[in-house]
Design a protein around this ligand. Sequence first.
Ligand code: GCU
Length: 339
Amino acid sequence: LLTGIPLLGAGALALGGCAPDDAGAATDVENILTISLNQTETHPSYLALTAFGEKLAEATEGRWGARVYANEALGAQQEVVQLVSDGSVDMAVISAPQVENLSMAFRPLNLPGAFVDIEHQTAVLKDDSIVGELFSSLEYERRLRVLGGFTQGSRHVYTDRGPIEGPDDLAGLKIRVQESDVFMALTRALGASPTPMAYGEVYTALQAGVLNGAENNEVSYVTQRHYEIAPHFTLTNHLVGLDYVMANVDRIEEMDEADQAAFTESFAAAQEEFVTLWAQETESSIQAMEEAGVEITEPDPEAFTPAIEEVGRSFLDSPEDEDLYERVRALADEMGVER
Ligand code: GCU
C-alpha cells in the first residue's frame, strides 16, 4: 500500500522536489508531516491543511512543515487511522464514525441531535470541559491525539431515483454508509438498506449500480461528483457530521516546546480558516447542484425526524454516554440554539 510514499521526514525531503502536484505544500522544510485526506484538492479540508503546513513552516523557520495527500492516496480512513496510530502516517482527517470504532466513548457525539448546528458544534469543540478528556483519551494506548475538528455540515440522502418524500420511497434502496453502527441504524431508520463502504469507492459503486445512493453533505456530493449518477438530493438533515484531525503523539513530541506551540497555533488558525472556507464551499456547491439540474427535495420534517430522533435515544445506553450527550445539549441551551 505505502510503497514509494515518503513516510518520514528524510524521505519526504528527497521526494519533495519531484512531486509538486500530487500533494499539497512545503518542499523546503527539514521535517515534513504527512497528512492523509480522502478528499479532493478543492475540498476545504485540503485547503485549510495546506495553509496549516505553510503557517507551520513559517512559524518554525523551516524546521517543520506538512504535506497533504489527497484522494485516499495513503489509504481509506479505516486503515489510515491505524497508520497514524503506529506512526507510519503523521496526521489524518478521520470522520467521527470511524473513531467510534476505536473507542465507544466518542459515540455520543455521532448521534443525530448531538449537534444542533455548525455554530453549536464549533463551540463544543472549543469547550475543554466537554471534550478535553475525551480528545486525549486515545493518547496512551493508541498514540493518537485529537487536535480538533472540521465540520461536515448537515448530512442528507441522495439517490439515483426520486423524489424521496419519506421512508417508503427509500424502501429497498441500497444506500452507502460509513462503517459505523450508528450510521447503519440511522440509514435503516430512514427506510433504506445500508451498505458500509469506504468513501473513495462510492463513485464507482454508484456507477456500477451496486448502490442506489449515499448520504453526505453538499460539498462531498459535488467534489466527489456523485451528483452525476445520483441526481436526486433529499434534505433529510439527519445529523451535523464531524471530522477529527488526529496526529501521532510521538511525532508531535519530536518537536521542541517552541515548535509544539507553533504547531498548536498554526492548527488553531487552520481551524478558524476552515469555518469560512466551509461556508463558502457549501454555498457554491448548492449553486453547482442547481446548475447541474439536481432535483432537490425538501420533505415534510415529520416524515423522517421522529425515526431519526429515536435512533439517537436508542444508542444512549450508559450513564457516561448520557452524561456527555447531556453536556453537549446543555451548551446548546446555553447558547440559545434550537433545532
Ligand atoms: C465527509 C467527511 C469525510 C468522510 C465522508 C464519508 O465527506 O468529510 O471525512 O469520510 O464524509 O462519508 O465517508
